[in-house]
Design a protein around this ligand. Structure first.
Ligand code: RAM
Length: 945
């Protein structure tokens, strides 16, 4: 039918036609069943992953329902070797049968043994509490990577020597990017193809001129030379029968030492480990439609050149790019590579190649600059309006050979120029040499910067704002949280924290993104990682970091303070390496992910044993290195306090931490069924507890040595204070905070890890709220007042010596984000279960807070808590995922005050009244959406105090 005849039809005919079209042409409308439905299927917590190397992958899904109280009573998983078989409900690899279970996370695959490269398809169906069966889920898939080292048929290739202007025997190492290429003839029709590649330090893979995947700065960093990560890509669509071209660019990353000679920079550890020259191993597996297979590997038949446009690339110093050296078509067929060299077989890369099972780093967003000014002739400064991490893409027109220089800093000098002192030796300099075309668009590949300000020199014309775009680059972790309150300062601090966390996710959790450091310091993330889990699904990210930490362990059991150990810092303290155990615990609590416990228990135990043997005397450990790092200093220029009364005793730090770790290890041992070992941890714990109290408690003063806020926080948080002294010790904390420090924070990295929760748990959320909203030094709000859009390394980073003065550090966040979600919003995991299978919702009404609106995408689905105080009434909208339950604490003196969706709460559907606790009414809720209303609720400010 032509368009004109269609339009000339009568309305009746039109209706008929429309319904015909709807019935026959519209995509099938999915029938939405009322009951339980499976959604968001993942394998090893990844979305349809390619090339995983876990022999028994674990499968998860979310159970969804529009009904209240829905639960899962059974599931059935089908796994098939093809999409067609799966569609016919034929689980030729595994049919779990109907399994009576409410489990929906990390269910081990129990089908036919899978081999390297196998691709499988799966789906699941569920039964709800009434036995009603769901539809099958949408299909999901995964494929296996290489399970045996011998699966790698390729060779490590590259050029193990300096080329051209490369320079390694110097402080500021320089090396050009290596370009590799190979053309292959595929004789038959391609059915499926997968490329596996480990390119070190960094790689980009191209096929027939097209970049494969959105990943940048790939692959994930690792503890070289022990291990490297490889990535696998489905490249079926990129290849065709006939001639194809493969191209790879190799960057330095952290494999080539960034600073490697012996010149002492600031301190010994400024020297970064050099592992070797850029190199790669790659393998392309091609399945033809006739059932045959071909494997193409990296070998000396590849061609290589170090003469491409990337003249130098260095994580700290930037990238230099000469567009005149571009080699158009180098990664496509037909390119004349006669002047390229033959790739050489080189010293092999790391011993172990593991599949990268964390989402890659990508360009996640863009920031447009807000202002530009010429600070001196031909020197322009742009303000991005946000302290960000990534790089800047430029658009430029000019003459061949014109050179644009970009430099980056977080702050400006009073004269408007870049303040580079805190960047230390990092040159942070990207250089682009024009080829002289109409418009040239360029961004670097193998470097990144932490900056708010950009300096532009040599731009051929007067630069304009829209010639520059900030590219925000970090691990593509799924965002999991929303959080906003009636208090603008809290909201701004939250946003600053979020930017800081993103900016320091670099396949390892770095301390800072801008200066010549960028190391994954363990201590910074011990508790922070838990807070971060409310904002991002960091389960695989931190599970991977546990491996980096174990890979860095000495045979003696000693753990480093930085892992991977690009800086070699082994000081045998307790507080930094403790993160190894803290994080495994966090992953289990927040995500139900216990792989960390299974894989690393032995090495954790070894470290615990090592520390005990080496440093424990009479159940006390005095060994410490960093103290309560970052305690607010008494004078503006100081990095570290010189006031002894602000410093917490090393013995208190080390021993209290060790005590706490024994408790976690006891839990791990129980989890693994090692009851004897659990018992050993437990009895040592008792001895340490007694010794701690005897050694550090002054019975007369009723205070632990030397009564800093941190000492009191640790003793209370770890449960080291005997019952009869609890209130006195808490009073000491209140006294120190409210009187000695005038209502301000007086702790560093250690004390800040629990301070917000301690005040709240002990009935003084008003003090926590004060700390959270202070705007004078020292406070998070003070940073905001000074214009910070991220979080600082020091409470006084506006005035302290620039040597240690990053403006984008997350270590001082401590438990602030945990407190935002668990206490202000009231979204917390019930410790009786893991992964929010049971939820604990107890919002804290304090200060002048009028509302909090938050949600968290837990492993079981989205949990929402939105409360508001309006004219003396308390409104609370809650969402609980299906297949979970929540205990909710409604602020009301009596049950009669509490309505839910218009009826008395205890009578409402899906709600069970539990009991009254103080001025809260407790209910048990099943999955679903709820709307509570409490008339004349206890009002804000006085509640909970
Ligand atoms: C600094 C780091 C880090 C901290 C160590 C002790 O250099 O920035 O945040 O953990 O010192």
């Amino acid at each position: 039918m032509t368009r004109s005849t269609f339009l000339s039809n009568t309305p009746k005919q039109l209706l008929f036609l429309l319904s015909f079209l709807l019935l026959h042409c519209a995509p099938p409308v999915q029938r939405v069943k009322k009951g339980l439905q499976p959604a968001q299927l993942t394998t090893e917590n990844l979305d349809n992953p390619i090339g995983i190397d876990v022999r028994v992958p674990r499968l998860s899904w979310i159970s969804t329902s529009r009904e209240r109280g829905a639960s899962q009573s059974a599931y059935r998983i089908l796994v098939a070797s093809s999409g067609e078989l799966l569609e016919k409900n034929q689980g030729d690899l595994w049919d779990s049968g109907k399994i009576a279970s409410d489990q929906s996370l990390y269910i081990p695959y129990e089908g036919k043994i899978l081999g390297s490269g196998d691709a499988v398809f799966w789906k699941v169906r569920l039964w709800d509490g009434q036995g009603e069966e769901s539809d099958w889920s949408e299909p999901a898939q995964w494929s296996m990577g290489f399970l045996e080292p011998s699966d790698w048929k390729g060779e490590w290739i590259g050029l193990d020597r300096e080329m051209g202007a490369d320079k390694l025997d110097t402080t500021f190492t320089r090396m050009s990017a290596r370009y590799l290429r190979k053309e292959v003839e595929l004789p038959k029709q391609v059915k499926a193809a997968t490329a596996h590649i480990a390119g070190l330090g960094l790689f980009e893979l191209y096929i027939n001129g097209k970049k494969i995947s959105e990943a940048v700065l790939a692959p994930a960093l690792a503890e070289y030379p022990k291990r490297a990560y490889y990535m696998s890509f489905d490249v079926t669509e990129n290849l065709a029968q006939g001639r194809n071209a493969l191209g790879v660019i190799l960057g330095n990353g952290r494999y080539v030492g960034v600073r490697i000679d012996e010149i002492e920079l600031y301190y010994d550890s400024s020297k970064l480990t050099h592992y070797g020259f850029p190199k790669m191993i790659a393998q392309l597996e091609v399945d033809y439609t006739d059932g045959s297979r071909e494997t193409i590997v990296s070998d000396t038949s590849w061609k290589i050149t170090a003469e491409g446009p990337i003249l130098a690339n260095n994580a700290f110093d930037g990238e230099e790019y000469d567009a005149n050296k571009e080699m158009p078509g180098w990664n496509a067929t037909g390119f004349k590579d006669a002047d390229w060299l033959q790739a050489e077989r080189v010293a092999p890369g790391p011993e172990i190649l593991s599949a990268q099972m964390i989402p890659p780093i990508e360009v996640i967003g863009e920031v447009e600059p807000v202002s530009i000014s010429e600070v001196e002739k031909d020197t322009f400064i742009l303000d991005m309006g946000q302290n960000m991490v990534g790089w800047v893409k430029i658009r430029v027109e000019g003459k061949k050979g014109d050179t644009v220089s970009l430099r980056f800093a977080e702050r400006l000098n009073p004269d408007g120029s870049l303040y580079l002192d805190p960047i230390r030796t990092a040159k942070v300099n990207d250089i682009y040499i024009l080829k002289g075309e109409e418009e040239e668009v360029w961004e670097p590949r193998f470097t990144y910067h932490g900056f708010q300000y950009l300096e532009v020199v040599g731009y051929p014309e007067e630069p304009e704002l829209d010639n520059f775009t900030g590219r925000v680059v970090h691990d593509a972790l799924q965002p999991t949280g929303q959080f906003t309150t009636s208090n603008e300062m809290i909201n701004q601090i939250y946003q600053n924290a979020r930017w800081g966390i993103r900016g320091n996710y670099r396949s390892i959790p770095t301390d800072c993104p801008q200066r010549d450091e960028r190391q994954a310091w363990l201590g910074d993330r011990a508790t922070g990682s838990r807070g971060e889990s409310y904002l991002f699904d960091n389960a695989n990210f931190y599970t991977k970091w546990l491996q980096d930490i174990e890979d860095s362990q000495f045979d003696s059991g000693s753990l480093p303070d930085v892992a991977p150990t690009y800086w070699k810092v082994h000081t045998d303290n307790v507080t930094w390496p403790a993160a190894y155990i803290f994080i495994a615990d966090m992953l289990h609590d927040q995500f139900g992910e216990d792989r960390g416990i299974h894989l690393h228990y032995d090495s954790m135990k070894k470290w615990m044993g090592y520390m005990r043997e080496q440093y424990m005397k009479d159940f006390i450990i005095e060994r410490d290195n960093y103290g309560d790092w970052g305690v607010p200093a008494e004078a503006p220029g100081l990095i570290h306090t010189e006031d002894a009364s602000r410093k917490t005793s090393p013995g208190v730090l080390a021993t209290s931490y060790y005590y706490h770790l024994l408790g976690i290890m006891e839990g791990f041992a129980e989890h693994l069924g090692k009851t004897g070992e659990a018992q050993e941890f437990s009895s040592l714990k008792e001895q340490v507890s007694q010794a701690f109290h005897e050694k550090f408690f002054d019975a007369e003063a009723k205070a632990y040595k030397n009564n800093t806020a941190t000492t009191n926080v640790l003793a209370l948080h770890f449960g080291l204070v005997p019952e009869e002294f609890t209130s006195q010790v808490f009073d000491n904390l209140v006294q120190v905070t409210m009187e000695d420090f005038n209502g301000h924070i007086s702790v560093g990295l250690i004390g800040v890890q629990a301070i917000m929760r301690i005040f709240t748990d002990h009935g003084r959320p008003d003090i926590a709220y004060k700390l959270a909203t202070n705007t004078t030094y020292p406070s998070w709000g003070y940073m905001v007042e000074q214009g910070a859009t991220t979080v600082w390394e020091l409470w006084n980073s506006d005035t302290a010596d620039p040597f240690m003065n990053s403006w984008n550090h997350v270590m001082l966040l401590g438990d602030l984000l945990i407190w935002y979600y668990e206490d202000l919003a009231g979204i917390a995991p019930d410790p009786e279960a893991t992964a929010f299978k049971k939820i604990f919702m107890k919002p804290t009404l304090t200060g002048d807070l009028k509302f909090v609106k938050a949600s968290h995408d837990s492993p079981y689905g989205m949990i929402k808590s939105e409360w508001e105080l309006l004219d003396g009434d308390f409104h609370w909208n809650i969402s609980i995922p299906a297949n979970t339950t929540a205990t909710v604490y409604v602020p009301a003196d009596s049950q009669e005050q509490v309505m839910e969706s218009g009826v008395i709460a205890e009578k409402a559907d899906g709600i069970t009244y539990l009991r009254k606790e103080e001025n809260r009414q407790l209910y048990r809720l099943g999955g679903g959406d709820y709307s509570f209303l409490v008339r004349n609720s206890p009002s804000s400010g006085s509640f909970n105090q």
